[in-house]
Design a binder for this molecule. Structure first.
Ligand code: PLP
Length: 391
C-alpha cells in the first residue's frame, strides 16, 4: 500500500476507532429521536444524557453552567458574537467595543467584520514575532465601552498558547465578558472550566479525533445568550434542531479519550515533534515560529527561506506526506495567508511556511521518513530556484 503520513492534524484528525465504535449503534439500530416519548426515543435520550454529562465532566464545568452541542466551533463562535450583539449592543444607546486579535480563525475574524458593518467597534490586537499578543497592548486597548474580549486559546497556524488566564482575569476585574476559541486547545491542554474566568468557550470534536460537524458552546452560569437557531426548543430552547445523537456520543467519547491521552501528547507526541523540528532546523536558512515552550506539543510552523510553501507541499504530497501551508480554510486561494502575514514583520513567512501538525497516531518511523523527504525536497527546490536566478 502507498505510504500515507498525516501531519495535518490542526486541520482535522482521523476519527479514533473507539469513537466510531461508540457512534455506530446510533447510526443504525438506535435511530430514535431523543425527544420522542416511546421506547425508541427513551433509549437514545438515556445515552445522550450520559454523553452530555461526560462532556461536562471532561471540561470541568459546573452543573449551573451550560454546554450546548452545536455543529462545531464556527457555529459556536458565530453564536457568541452575534448573541452578544443582539443582547447587549443592538438596543444600547452607546457604541460598544469588542477586542480580539489579528490572528484569530476566520470564524472570529469574519464574524467581527460583519459586526463592524453593523456599527460595532472592533480592535484587532497585533501579535509580536513570537506570534502572541502583548498583555500591555491588551490593557491599553480596553475602553469605557468595551463589552467583550474574544481571544483564541491556541493558534491553529503556530500552535502558540495565548495568555488566556491573565487576560480573562483582567476582563473579570473590569466587568468585560471573556470568550475563547478553544478549538486547538482541547486534547493538548487540560481544561478545567470551573477554575477559569471564561464566560464562553467554543470547540469542535473533529480536532480531537471525534466526528466532523459536532462541537460545543460552553456558557458560564447559564447566562443569557439569545439563540442563533429558533425552532423546536431543543437543548432547553437554547439551540433548536433534532439532536445529532451519533455526533454527540462521538464527541463525548473523543473528549474522554483526548483527556486520557494527554500524557501521551506531552511525551510521545512532543518528543516526535521535537525530533522532527530539531532535524529540519539543521537545514540552513530555516526557522520555526514561536518559542518551543509556549507552543502546544504537536505543532511546528517552519519557514524555509527561498522555497515556496506550495511547491514544498506538492513534493510532500507526492511522497504521501500530508501537511499544510496554513489554515485549510484559508488555503483555498493561493494568496499569502493573511494570518501568517499578521505575524510580526516577516513578509516572507506567509509564502514560505509549512505547518506540520502531529497526532498520537504518528510513529517514529513516519517522522524519520518525513525528515528524509523534506531534506531532499528542500535541496531540489533550492537548486531549481537558484538555476532560475542564474539564467
Ligand atoms: N477555530 C480554530 C482555531 C480552528 O482551527 C478552526 C478550524 O480550523 C475553527 C475555529 C473552525 O472549526 P470548524 O470548522 O470545526 O467549525
Amino acid at each position: 500500500m502507498k505510504k500515507e503520513i498525516y501531519l495535518d492534524n490542526n486541520s482535522t484528525t482521523k476519527i479514533d476507532d473507539e469513537v466510531l465504535k461508540a457512534m455506530m449503534p446510533f447510526l443504525q439500530e438506535k435511530y430514535g429521536n431523543a425527544n420522542s416519548l416511546h421506547n425508541k426515543g427513551i433509549e437514545v435520550r438515556r445515552e445522550l444524557k450520559k454523553a452530555i454529562n461526560t462532556i461536562y465532566t471532561e471540561l470541568g464545568s459546573n452543573d449551573n453552567d451550560d454546554i450546548i452541542i452545536t455543529s462545531g466551533a464556527t457555529e459556536s463562535i458565530n453564536w457568541i458574537l452575534k448573541g452578544i450583539y443582539f443582547d447587549k449592543i443592538l438596543n444600547s444607546k452607546e457604541k460598544k467595543h469588542i477586542i480580539t486579535t489579528s490572528v484569530e480563525h476566520p470564524a472570529v475574524l469574519q464574524t467581527c467584520k460583519f459586526l463592524e458593518s453593523l456599527g460595532v467597534e472592533i480592535t484587532y490586537l497585533p501579535v509580536n514575532n513570537n506570534g502572541v499578543i502583548e498583555i500591555q497592548d491588551f490593557i491599553d486597548s480596553i475602553k469605557e465601552n468595551t463589552i467583550m474580549t474574544s481571544i483564541m486559546w491556541v493558534n491553529n497556524e503556530t500552535g502558540m498558547i495565548f495568555p488566556i488566564e491573565k487576560i480573562s482575569k483582567i476582563c473579570k476585574e473590569k466587568n468585560i465578558l471573556f470568550a475563547t476559541d478553544a478549538t486547538q486547545a482541547i486534547g493538548k491542554i487540560k481544561i478545567d472550566l470551573k477554575n477559569t474566568n471564561i464566560d464562553f468557550l467554543a470547540f469542535s470534536a473533529h480536532k480531537f479525533h471525534g466526528p466532523k460537524g459536532v462541537g460545543g458552546l460552553f456558557i458560564k452560569n447559564s447566562q443569557k445568550l439569545s439563540p442563533l437557531f429558533h425552532g423546536g426548543e431543543h437543548m432547553g430552547g437554547r439551540r433548536s434542531g433534532t439532536l445529532n445523537t451519533a455526533g454527540i456520543i462521538g464527541c463525548a467519547k473523543a473528549l474522554e479519550l483526548a483527556n486520557k491521552n494527554l500524557i501521551k501528547e506531552n511525551t510521545t507526541v512532543l518528543e516526535l515533534k521535537n525530533h522532527l523540528e530539531d532535524e529540519l532546523l539543521k537545514i540552513p536558512h530555516t526557522f520555526v515560529v514561536g518559542e518551543k515552550n509556549q507552543r502546544v506539543q504537536n505543532t511546528c510552523l517552519i519557514s524555509i527561506r527561498g522555497v515556496e510553501g506550495e511547491a514544498m507541499l506538492f513534493d510532500l504530497n507526492k511522497a504521501g506526506i500530508f501537511a499544510s501551508t496554513g489554515s485549510a480554510c484559508a488555503s483555498e486561494d493561493l494568496e499569502a495567508n493573511p494570518i501568517l502575514s499578521a505575524i510580526g514583520s516577516d513578509k516572507e513567512l506567509a509564502h514560505t511556511a509549512i505547518r506540520l501538525s502531529l497526532s498520537r497516531f504518528n510513529t517514529k518511523d513516519e517522522i524519520d521518513y518525513v525528515i528524509e523527504v523534506f531534506k531532499k525536497s528542500v535541496k531540489r527546490l533550492r537548486e531549481i530556484s537558484s538555476s532560475k536566478i542564474d539564467n
